[in-house]
Design a protein around this ligand. Structure first.
Ligand SMILES: [Zn+2]
Length: 256
């Protein structure tokens, strides 16, 4: 597995992906100065170490590929490798529902994040983002599949197993500080963190904070998306959706 370095430490990239809380302070310092980390899998064409973008997600930080440098990483060793063909295909046009931008994904979802609960209109809830008629909108499953591909999780790098920590880190890096239906991605989509016993309190606090930002008034009900590792499926009673969400394992992608 490739080694990465930042703020004076050199560690395996999967250690950072699996334990983002352990490296949060060093990554935060490196993000401030010099503004990037290094991947040590291979030097770039000029013999220098490759840079890695450091992206913030809540209180944590994740390493992402530096724009257009995917082909320089080691194809066998490094999860940040992307072939030139794959990298070239990622250019998007303005009518696409899911667009790549330098800071992350810009998505128009075929589902509303704000639903009128009185005088409900199916037409409004199906397309209420107001971002223009010419742009296509992605269904939830299509969005999930595309995020998986953008995070390079459809490519197996030869490791015997892959933890949710790695999946989480790659998904968060792909989403970046993007937009979903015009709103900041991190405000409306919560990616559950890899569970660690000693981080349980902050994981629950982060999730509660996300749920707390989803407001419901008598007239309008807001919605958010949760992306996490599916551990079990349980039948729910018709209890309020937020209390169900607190009790159950995070689902793969569903409204809260
Ligand atoms: Zn690398």
């Amino acid at each position: 597995m490739a080694q990465v370095s930042f703020d004076g430490v050199t560690v395996a990239i999967d250690d950072v992906q699996n334990n983002p809380a352990r490296y949060a302070r060093q990554l935060q310092r490196a993000k401030k100065s010099p503004g990037y980390a290094h991947c040590r899998c291979k030097p770039d064409g000029a013999g220098k170490l490759l840079r890695l973008a450091i992206r913030r997600y809540g209180a944590l930080f994740h390493l992402a590929r530096w724009p257009e440098e995917g082909p320089y990483h080691d194809a066998q060793l490094c999860p940040l490798y992307a072939s030139a063909a794959v990298a070239g295909k990622k250019k998007s046009d303005a009518s696409e529902a899911i667009q790549q931008t330098p800071s992350g994904l810009n998505v128009k979802l075929d589902a509303s994040l704000s639903v009128r609960t009185v005088e409900h209109s199916p037409r409004l809830s199906a397309n209420a983002s107001g971002t223009g008629r010419t742009r296509r909108a992605a269904p939830l499953l299509g969005f999930l599949q595309r995020v998986w591909i953008e995070a390079d999780l459809h490519i197996w790098m030869g490791a015997p197993a892959r933890s949710w920590g790695q999946c989480n880190a790659q998904v968060v890096a792909a989403l970046g500080v993007g937009k979903l239906n015009g709103k900041p991605m991190q405000d409306v989509l919560h990616v559950m963190r890899h569970y660690e016993e000693n981080e349980a309190q902050s994981i629950v606090a982060e999730f509660d904070d996300f749920l707390g930002r989803i407001k419901t008034t008598p007239a309008v009900s807001q919605r958010g998306l949760v992306l996490g590792e599916l551990r079990s499926v349980m039948l729910s009673s018709m209890a309020s959706s937020s209390s169900f969400a607190r009790q159950s394992a995070p689902s793969s992608l569903r409204d809260t």
